[in-house]
Design a binder for this molecule. Sequence first.
Ligand SMILES: [Zn+2]
Length: 323
Amino acid sequence: MMFTCSHCSHELSAKDDEVLCSGCGTKYGRMEDGIVIFDDCLDKHSFFEKQAIERLDRFYKGYDRGQFLEDLKKVDLWQMDEGNKRVGIAKKFWWEPHIGKIENKLILELGCGVNYIVPYFMECDNKVVAFDICRESVEYSKQILTAVGARMDNITYAVADAREVRFPAEFDIINISNVLHHIDDKPAVFKRAYDALKPDGKLIIVEPNYYYPPRWIIETDVFDPINFVKKYFVDNDLIEKGEKAIIFNNMIGQLENAGFTIDVCEKDDNYLGYFTVYWVKEMTGIARAIFLADSHLFTKIMPRAIAPFQYIIASKGDPTATH
Ligand SMILES: [Zn+2]
């Protein structure tokens, strides 16, 4: 089932709804409704279970294959469908100009959440192992796959902790989208990701940048306890208490320490757009005008260090070898 034992490295398997190591017999969890549920896997903040899931119900009401295919055409932030915009997707398929379309591969979706990515990977005939620490997110993602008519024999879903779970070194791609800023021990995650990739595999990451000015104001501790903007965002479950976006210099150091070589580190262009995203409706003239200002002006004058997101592609390869 594409998970391995931390004691003996044998593969885990399901037997009478229990998930056990096929080598030493250690019990890891159980199967429920076709989902692997690892033991001791608590989402202690349960951030996504509050308003987030209720919002999803609004965006995915009556969702079907036709709507899914329509939403896949909405690539950039100015046209982004609400379901993806509200979970921080600023650009779809951003990796394709660098490594091409990902088809017929084995993919690990680390922290799957609820967005277009797992359904899209399935649509491109990949096999996917997707997990999240939030059980509600996993169940929601699974419902969406069913709604869009995906081939369910190509997906394995699990509720698991990215710092603990282990995999065989068989994955072509590991995708991490807006997950790492919720995880304290990133080096533990990167070590497991490194071990799970094939020698020529790619790790692809998008995360929010801590130093994007509108985000920094919300997340910084500098103004505590009088930061009313931050208090508003925490009180309304728009960010997790104590949530901090990524300081990319630190994270790139952690990736390199885990053995990765950075192939691509690209900024997101939506300097103005991401700040206005919550107030401007998609596909409108004003949304397009903001997008054009970003892509023709701000992206040319603003540094990557303060971009709203950064996109990273990393490989396991020897840094001295040519790619
Ligand atoms: Zn074992």
